[in-house]
Design a protein around this ligand. Structure first.
Ligand code: HEM
Length: 292
């Protein structure tokens, strides 16, 4: 899209104007980070998503350094003036004696900020895309919002925004489903493949909001299952209901085949998602859009 918002047609980039600001607002609010700093996080965090190619990791280093410096300053502020928020609680745990070192504190807040934001951005955009691709399922959902929970689970199953887990290391020789694994082997479970397993989900390629998708593994599983799964689900349920109730006729503003995707393993993420609201804008959208 040429401009952030097109005032004639009511076009916006859904990522920039909704899918990114909403989870960012939620996680920064929970952590206790000031509203005026959200734009900065959005910039740093989106640079982390754009890791592509051999030198991708090098490109994110300046953002990591800036975020680290920023968080250390916030910890100091919270040490001096604690507030009822997560960073102050974590800082207190650090001060209460060796429960959390400064490095652990930094790693924890960094993880919550990035994991609690970037993932949900892509759940919202992939979820909207999936609903637009299946108008009859979208209509069924809009006719009965009590179906939000199963619909979001089915979106998570089909879209699987985080496609694989971090690497796992085999602790002892073991055989799984006839395949031998040896101590020290590295395994990267593909969550997207498990979510398309016909033994677990009949006709897995079909998107059906009334199927029971609860056993999907879009949030991982076992001891490292996603810490924020309940928050992410609730955010998505509220977001889709508010969005589609306010803009029932919204649609993609470009042919689907022109959508651009990041080419990197591990996450399904669009670079932009131009949509047409087909309605005068509303405070849900971050920047007012006036349709002529
Ligand atoms: C759609 C949204 C989300 C998806 C798809 C998602 C996905 C995942 C997955 C697949 C894992 C497991 C990774 C592994 O096993 O290697 C994970 C872990 C984690 N997630 Fe999420 N996540 C989402 C939202 C969130 C939110 C909102 C938060 C925090 C507020 C969060 C915090 C975490 C943390 C802290 C871990 C690490 C848990 C551990 O290693 O013990 N996630 N997430």
């Amino acid at each position: 899209m040429a401009s952030a918002t097109d005032k004639r047609t009511g076009e916006i980039d859904f990522l920039r104007h909704f899918a990114r600001p909403l989870p960012l607002a939620v996680i920064t609010e929970l952590l206790g980070l000031p509203e005026e700093d959200r734009e900065k996080f959005a910039r740093w965090a989106s640079s982390f998503t754009s890791i592509e190619g051999t030198f991708g990791l090098l490109k994110i280093l300046p953002g990591v350094r800036k975020l680290t410096g920023y968080l250390k300053e916030r910890f100091e502020i919270c040490r001096q003036h604690p507030e009822p928020d997560m960073i102050s609680a974590l800082v207190a745990a650090e001060q209460e004696g060796e429960r959390l070192s400064e490095d652990e504190l930094l790693a924890t807040v960094f993880l919550l900020l990035i994991a609690g934001h970037e993932t949900t951005v892509h759940l919202l955009s992939l979820g909207l895309l999936t609903l637009l691709q299946h108008p009859e399922q979208k209509t069924a959902l809009m006719a009965d919002w009590s179906k939000s929970r199963p619909a979001v689970d089915e979106i998570l199953r089909q879209a699987t925004p985080i496609q694989m887990t971090k690497p796992r290391y085999v602790a002892r020789d073991i055989e799984i489903c006839g395949h031998p694994f040896f101590r020290g082997d590295v395994i990267v479970p593909l969550l997207a493949a498990a979510n398309s397993d016909p033994k677990a989900f009949s006709e897995p390629e079909e998107f059906r909001i009334d199927r029971d998708s609860r056993k999907h593994v879009a949030f991982g599983s076992g001891p490292h299952v996603c810490l924020g799964l309940k928050l992410a689900r609730v955010e998505a349920e509220i977001a889709f209901e508010q969005l589609l109730t306010t803009y029932p006729n919204l649609e993609l503003a470009i042919p689907e085949k022109h959508l651009q995707w990041y080419e990197r393993p591990g996450a399904r993420a669009m670079k932009e998602m131009p949509i047409r609201l087909n309605q005068v804008a509303h405070p849900l959208i971050k920047e007012q859009v006036h349709v002529a």
